[in-house]
Write a protein that binds this ligand. Sequence first.
Ligand SMILES: C[S@@+](CC[C@H](N)C(=O)[O-])C[C@H]1O[C@@H](n2cnc3c(N)ncnc32)[C@H](O)[C@@H]1O
Length: 382
Amino acid sequence: MSATALDATADVRAHYASIRDEATRADRRSSPVYALRCVNNWVKRVAIERNARGARRVLDLCGGRGGDMYKWRDAGATEYVLVDVSREQVDGAAQRWQRDEKRRGAPSARGGAAGALHAATAARRGMRAYFACADAFGPCDALREAIVAAGGGGAASADGAVEPFDVISCQMALHYACNDAGRLANALANVSALLRDGGTFLCSTLDAARVVGLCWPPPSQPPLPGGGVDGAHAAAGDGRYAGRAVHVEFDERDYRLLPPFGARYVISVGERVQACPEYLVHAPTFIAMAQRSGALHLAEAARFDEVCARVLAAEPFGVHAQQWRALVPQRTIATTDGQQTSTSCPQRLEADIDDEQWRVVSLYCMLTFRKQPVPFLARGRA
Ligand SMILES: C[S@@+](CC[C@H](N)C(=O)[O-])C[C@H]1O[C@@H](n2cnc3c(N)ncnc32)[C@H](O)[C@@H]1O
């Protein structure tokens, strides 16, 4: 690994090591970006449920404190392996899982019908979870070893191999692999090596065009709705954006000089993510590399705000729309056009999520890839 890549990984590790878990639900609710986090979680849940059908083994790369492990369990996964480079995050996830399993695994304490129901639900939702500390974008052998050592190698682990996964997920983290081309190539090679033929790679990251548009708004375009601090548009057009929910600052001041890899910015979101270094993900390059080096073919791509609008428009009374209303009961769907989303997303969500947080939602995108089987005659030629 290059010295720059090592530095970048150390920066990220240090950043996530410093983030403490919120003790209570009240702590979480008091966050200034609570609504944003709810919406992001809802989008991930929708994407997971849509892609988990029939998935038995799931690998959650850069899984953090296990924010998605219950989503995978609820979606029917039976073996879940979380990998993260931060020891603190991995330990936090494992402790949370063990604590909740202990709680769930005591149906007799409830007694009667409620206890029986709880036991049946627990059995139906039974999922074994394994937690490994490793660099997801480093050499594949080290990643494999960490997965096997954590017990998550599946049926093949007796030989030190890893049974292929049905789904590999990498949520809100791919931007850490884009500090150089080699890291991203490694990340894709790892996904391809660990995913079964026909399996799904689900990843979310920031949409580079949106992040650049936020920090260098084209002069011919009106500012995105919502503005920054106190409604005033806060982008200075010099690689910086300062809003109430998000601050972004690029190292580079001229967007024309941004390189395809290693375009570094620091971002702060709410009170938890503070000045974390990230790198732009140039989507066309990423998609082409995925196809070329990993036989990973793009099946779907949508920004988070587009996912919201599509799901709520397509199934206004479906289960996801119900979850949405339960999450944010004040929220209604209006059919007004928003400048921000007028071309691809005619419906604007009017809600207790303010414009500034909504703007951050629309910085993220979800990409779904399928691994194409290698034709029989081409096997072993690579
Ligand atoms: C924004 S958090 C996302 C956590 C989780 N995926 C979620 O959506 O809730 C990013 C995570 O990526 C992890 N990460 C960053 N670089 C990594 C790497 N090279 N290998 C493994 N994990 C990494 C960080 O430690 C952090 O936990």
